[in-house]
Write a protein of this length. Structure first.
Length: 294
């Protein structure tokens, strides 16, 4: 049995302040607070409890503090559990690493972000499942709950290897069979596969609550290459020889335009979109989706 994917202590502490928020429930974007059967920062007030490190300041009842000189947090009785699906892109492009961190791939980073999402689901008492897509087809862990369910998904994450390209539409049938209307689906990957974007659009149009967490490498963002360099597409095998300095400006302009078009397309489809990078904290995209710090 593999050990669970490690989440740094500081990240785990910050996760306590986040809640998964179905946008259909409150007409908002992304992750924040949501209604569930367990007590938490939900919709209907239930009780107070003592403040703990990691709680959001906006949950503190300041009037009660003024009367008691102690910090208390308002908890709510949340209405119904949510089923959260993690859709992980494990195609060949997920094997990409940064030059500064050659031992950590996009897939490694995405798997750790997935572990963070699982912790959020656990602390809320929600159901959660995993769908991994690669050239080998679809690997799926049906939705469940609790620590044993977490272990099942961590086992799949440990076994994953980046391979191939997105499979044909017929191979994606298990996604449609498992992800039900009003379920929440969070996609993790580079966001550049047309088949993947089409899948998210179809799911959103069919009343699934969809978010794309686009995970890019720092090299894709900064293009730090100098002199002659061989660039290779890991999925098609196509290669390009070029001078890094000479093509940098053109690359960055083209990349920015591609990102703009993707953002616009996802917005039209009603899909939340957050960009993060492999040199950022694991919880960064989740905090951005929640609007923390805006």
């Amino acid at each position: 049995m593999h050990a669970p994917i490690a989440i740094p202590a500081d990240v785990r502490s910050r996760l306590k302040a986040l809640r998964l928020l179905p946008r259909r429930a409150v007409g908002a974007q992304g992750i924040g607070q949501h209604a569930s059967r367990s007590r938490g920062a939900g919709l209907e007030f239930a009780q107070y409890r003592a403040y703990e490190p990691g709680d959001e300041l906006r949950q503190i009842d300041w009037k009660l503090y003024a009367r008691s000189d102690r910090f208390f947090v308002r908890e709510s009785e949340r209405e119904s559990p949510v089923t959260i699906w993690i859709l992980l892109d494990a195609t060949a492009s997920a094997s990409q690493c940064d030059r500064e961190r050659p031992g950590v791939s996009r897939l490694d980073h995405a798997s750790a972000v997935a572990a963070c999402i699982i912790e959020l689901a656990l602390q809320q008492g929600d159901r959660f499942g995993m769908i991994a897509v690669s050239g080998k087809g679809v690997q799926l862990v049906p939705a469940g709950s609790g620590a044993r369910q977490r272990d099942r998904i961590h086992l799949l994450l440990h076994r994953l290897r980046a391979h191939g390209a997105w499979p044909a539409t017929d191979a994606l049938r298990p996604v449609w069979e498992r992800v039900q209307a009003n379920d929440m689906l969070i996609a993790l990957g580079d966001g550049f596969d047309e088949a993947g974007t089409v899948l998210l659009e179809r799911l959103a149009a069919a009343r699934r609550d969809v978010a794309q967490l686009q995970i890019l490498t720092a090299d894709e963002r900064d293009f730090p290459f100098q002199d002659g360099h061989r660039f290779r597409d890991p999925e098609t095998g196509e290669e390009l020889l070029g001078d890094g300095r000479a093509i940098r400006d053109d690359y960055l302009a083209r990349f920015a335009e591609a990102q703009r078009l993707l953002q616009s397309r996802l917005q039209r489809g009603g899909i939340a979109h957050v960009v993060t990078h492999t040199d950022k904290p694991l919880d960064a995209p989740l905090r951005a989706l929640a609007g923390v710090g805006r």
